[in-house]
Write a protein that binds this ligand. Sequence first.
Ligand code: PMP
Length: 395
Amino acid sequence: MIWYPYQQMKTMKEPYHIVDAQGVYLYTREDKLIDSVSSWWSVIHGYKHPELNRAIQEQTERFAHVMLGGLTHEPVEKLSQKLEEWLPRDLDYCFFSDSGSVAVEVALKMALQYHLNRGNSRSKVLSLTHAYHGDTFKTMEVGDDPDYHGILREKRDVVHIPTQVEELERVFAEQGETFSCFIVEPLLQGAGGMRMYDVSFLRRARQLCDQYGVLLIFDEVATGFGRTGHRFVADLVLPDILVLGKALTGGYIGHAVTVANHKVYQGFYSDDPDHALMHGPTFMGNALACSVALRSIQLFEEGDYLSRIARIQQICRLELADLDDPRIQEVRIMGGCACIEVKNSRDVEGFQEFARRRGVFSRPFLRYIYSMVPYVITEEELVQVTDTMKAWFRR
Ligand code: PMP
């Protein structure tokens, strides 16, 4: 018996049964559907990509996995080297793990221990309202969405602020020295409702973090690899720790990485064994994941993806900007993400089935109908997605 995610199993409707997937399309026995959400925002190059398939197949012939405890191998070495070159400035030190949630846990643990290793005890974390950073315990605690974290009745040592500069300045002035880190989904808060905010907030956060000795963590599990229209938001404002997941492997295999800058790494580098980072997921640096991630990054570089994403943004703006309906609260578009927020969650009910009948797979949640399409989508296919969203309000 499969226990499905985020579902009341008693009332859940049958999931669509996928028998094949190719490019932007998911196939059931009856339907061919454009995946407008890229399998939780990860499948940026589309399904069954020949190059990515080959990368996995070739590595499978050698070996699928060996642990990183006392062992190393070429795929993980090459991937860390590539990330070191590719990521901005001194974001050079790669700690791999098997999922975004774990990679965020690692980032928070790094921040806590960074201060401890320097003889300071700073246990508090600053985070955003509507934050989502994963479903494990500490990530739930730094998250701020009762829809996901409702079972956590008591939160300790976490302060949430909205994305407003005045609030940021106030909280730093009052409690700045007590925070180990400030964790954000930069520019685009995904699961908390596709909320978009300005880079000036992050610039001010960077200054204040420096001033108060607080580490700035960018959780780019969702925003990384172009989703906001920038390669990484870290290209605009430099964090101390960067977390990547989802699209890291082109959506092929769960894998993630927590990348620290030189300062953070130096905080652990010592003759004292107690200063080591005591963490080690079994499947960190998995050889299949690293091989496919490396090829995925090459595709991203070779394929002029930022232009493609700019085009996706332009089309979404053109197609959705004129959407005017009393049920709609706001239409938000940034890079490869388009979101229609409705006023009442009832106005989302039935959209998934409506979209299926129009050849689109969608997964609206709460009050949000959104798309995060694979970047290889054609204009015609993208318009099919936006037309479906528009048609829902014109029924
Ligand atoms: N951080 C963010 C911003 C996310 O959107 C998600 C997943 N949606 C995670 C962390 C957790 O990643 P995973 O599901 O791979 O654990």
